[in-house]
Design a protein around this ligand. Structure first.
Ligand SMILES: *Cc1c(COP(=O)(O)O)cnc(C)c1O
Length: 379
């Protein structure tokens, strides 16, 4: 049966050569804009393409402000500083996420606190979040506290897994009731919508990534988006070494970061963003083909949640159990078709194993069964 899957995937992509999970496509103005950036000599943290990218990205994501960064992890780091995540506070997030979410929390000296995800959306589960907060949280003058640890709960960071947006509205309204700011880890969700609203426009701040394996890429890159002008200005300031703008003087008013996206990367990214509508269309077509194929198959193709339009960044299957999963991974990888299990839960990694956690039955269920299959845009 796995041989049918392998031959379907090879037929779909038109090759029996090695098939990676996600390859970038450079079929537009990439070379032209990069050459232009080189000719301009503005290849570093100042230049027309960075500014142009920020404007274009705000339009693409229906958000007021964008600040471009060197990568998605840096965007998350700054996003959390913007909502006042501090050392020794707790940040609620998923155990089922890419490690960057928890790394960024840890850069501040804050502590990830894991909550479960929903099986249908692979995203944070609002019902479980609500029950859990009722049990552990207490609102004091200075904000929301974990009664059991005495630490402030400074933020909640839901992540849109593989570009699927779960019940983010409900998560935001629960967090509002507890005065917990929401930072969306939208690294995987450019081009994804929930009830017609783009990923990243639900929380106070959001972070995106343009790493080489994401839906569009600048080689390395990221973005912070927000509707709040004060936060946007602070993001720009913090990502540009906290330098007070001046023609020639060096004056810095806080510890800043060298996190601004170089113009050279932005040139590539402006061209990639022009391709986004095409990429989204092709990905949806591929998702549809997978969905049709797996309908008559014992493996389940994971489709977009209710009221959501997913970018189908990485396509995924749900297998029967862990041994099925291992057999599938073994067979496909042996036959030149790259597949990979979803991330190990964060609470299993040594550096996060002592972090506080709610029970995680759904995360554990998915961890043992979800695999990614080749998802590149087919032109
Ligand atoms: C890719 C990714 C990031 C980090 O992005 P980088 O640009 O690689 O630093 C953060 N969170 C999630 C969920 C991601 O998938």
């Amino acid at each position: 049966m796995y041989s049918e899957v392998v031959s379907f995937i090879q037929k779909t992509f038109g090759t029996t050569d090695f098939l990676p999970l996600h390859e970038p496509r450079f079929v537009g103005n990439e070379k032209k804009y990069v050459a232009d950036a080189i000719d301009s000599t503005f290849v570093s943290s100042v230049g027309a393409y960075v500014n142009r990218f920020e404007e274009d990205f705000s339009v693409a994501t229906q958000q007021k402000y964008t600040v471009a960064t060197v990568n998605g992890t840096a965007a998350l780091h700054i996003a959390m500083l913007l909502v006042a995540v501090e050392k020794d506070t707790e940040v609620l997030t998923q155990a089922l996420t890419f490690v960057a979410t928890c790394n960024a929390i840890s850069y501040i000296g804050a502590i990830p606190h894991f909550v479960d995800v929903s099986k249908d959306t692979l995203g944070m589960c609002p019902e479980k979040l609500e029950v859990y907060l009722a049990e552990i949280a207490e609102i004091r003058n200075e904000g929301c506290y974990n009664k059991h640890t005495g630490r402030r709960i400074s933020a909640c960071v839901p992540m849109h897994t593989f570009g699927h947006i779960g019940d983010i509205e409900r998560i935001v309204s629960i967090c509002d009731a507890y005065q917990i700011p929401v930072v969306e880890d939208a690294a995987e969700a450019l081009g994804s919508y929930k009830n017609g609203k783009h990923a990243g426009s639900f929380g106070k701040v959001a972070a995106f990534s343009f790493n080489g394996n994401k839906i569009i890429t600048s080689g390395g890159g990221g973005a912070i988006t927000t509707a709040n002008e004060t936060l946007a200005k602070r993001a720009k300031h913090l990502t540009t070494t906290a330098k007070i703008p001046h023609k020639y003087k060096y004056e810095h008013d806080s510890i800043g970061y060298n996190y601004r996206m170089p113009n050279l990367n932005a040139a590539l990214l402006v061209a990639q963003l022009e391709q986004l509508p095409l990429f989204l269309e092709k990905k949806r077509a591929l998702a549809q083909r997978y969905a049709n194929f797996f309908e008559n198959n014992s493996l389940t193709f994971i489709t977009e949640p209710k009221n959501a339009t997913s970018n189908y960044w990485l396509m995924a299957l749900l297998l029967e159990n862990e041994s099925e999963r291992d057999a599938f991974l073994e067979y496909t990888n042996e036959h030149n078709v790259m597949t990979r299990p979803i991330w190990q839960l964060m609470n299993r990694l040594s550096m996060f194993s002592d972090c506080p956690s709610a029970p995680l039955p759904n995360s554990e269920f998915l961890e043992a069964r979800v695999v990614n299959i080749p998802s590149s845009v087919i032109l």
